[in-house]
Design a protein around this ligand. Structure first.
Ligand code: NAG
Length: 269
């Protein structure tokens, strides 16, 4: 085939692939392999892009890829597709099920609790979803997060609950385990954060820790480790931390277990 025709065909198919691959479904991918509707080469290209981006996403999740500023441009559509898919919801549900399984082996029950059992949650993309913000701004990690714009959105208190998380939150709370919310949101967003959490059905936490001015100089990782130290020094047994960023778990002291929720839109160090 003439090289330029091949190239333009390839490019077109790449674009078709990006636009039409909205339905994140591994079976569609497999069907796509056998199809010759758009030509074998172009199908292969679209499939390769999808596979490439899925590898990128998985490697973010397992923390092989770190400190990225933006999602690679060619994978922004893939990240959007995943984060808005039913697969994402199923993945969150699986994490929730694993937490409940973890509690199955724990001694703490309403009658036996001494009030010193604790659990830590992140807020953004753990209890409250920022996906509507990314939808509205159309980036899904393709551009660096504009903090001013993002915080203006937080002030609107419109973040919905992450699917399945409200159930888990109350499941833990009803076991008599104290819930601590440790977020990298700034202190001045406290009332908006509290209102939004309550509106979405989260209540009864023991403490909501936000970043004060002195904490803003630190890495999120260091800030969160310091808050865990504070909790443990008070005598709490931290049974687990659930978050969407590795910086929620890093450093000492470590909790007994960590539960990572998927999020490849942004990376917080
Ligand atoms: C961030 O958003 C604000 C408000 O929309 C805008 O004025 C500002 O220029 C943006 N900053 C960057 C770095 O894009």
């Amino acid at each position: 085939m003439d090289r330029s025709i091949f190239l333009s065909l390839a490019l077109t198919s790449l674009l078709i692939g990006v636009v039409s691959a909205r339905d994140w479904n591994i079976l569609n991918q497999l069907k796509g392999l056998g199809s010759s509707q758009t030509g074998e080469d172009s199908t292969k290209l679209a499939t390769n892009l999808k596979r490439y981006c899925e590898s990128w996403r998985i490697n973010v999740e397992v923390h092989n890829i770190r400190n990225y500023d933006v999602v690679p441009q060619e994978c922004v559509a893939h990240v959007e597709e995943y984060m808005t898919s039913s697969q994402y919801k199923d993945d969150v549900k699986r994490a929730v099920d694993e937490v409940i399984l973890h509690f199955g082996s724990m001694c703490c029950s309403k009658t036996k609790c001494d009030g010193m059992d604790a659990w830590i949650f992140d807020i953004d993309d753990t209890l409250l979803s920022t996906i509507p913000y990314h939808k509205k701004n159309g980036f899904f990690g393709g551009e660096k997060l504009n903090t001013t714009k993002f915080e203006d959105w937080i002030k609107k208190k419109k973040a919905p609950a992450v699917p399945h998380m409200k159930t888990l939150y109350h499941e833990i709370r009803e076991r008599g385990i104290k819930i601590f919310l440790i977020s990298s949101r700034k202190e001045y967003l406290r009332s908006a954060t509290v209102d939004n959490l309550i509106k979405e059905g989260y209540y009864g936490w023991s403490n909501l820790l936000l970043r004060g001015l002195e904490d803003e100089q630190k890495d999120v990782k260091q800030y969160k480790a310091e808050k865990r130290t504070w909790l443990i020094n008070l005598g709490y047994r931290v049974w687990g931390v659930m978050g969407d960023q590795w910086s929620s778990f890093a450093g000492c002291p470590g909790p007994k277990r960590t539960f990572k929720l998927p999020n490849s839109i942004y990376y917080v160090a």
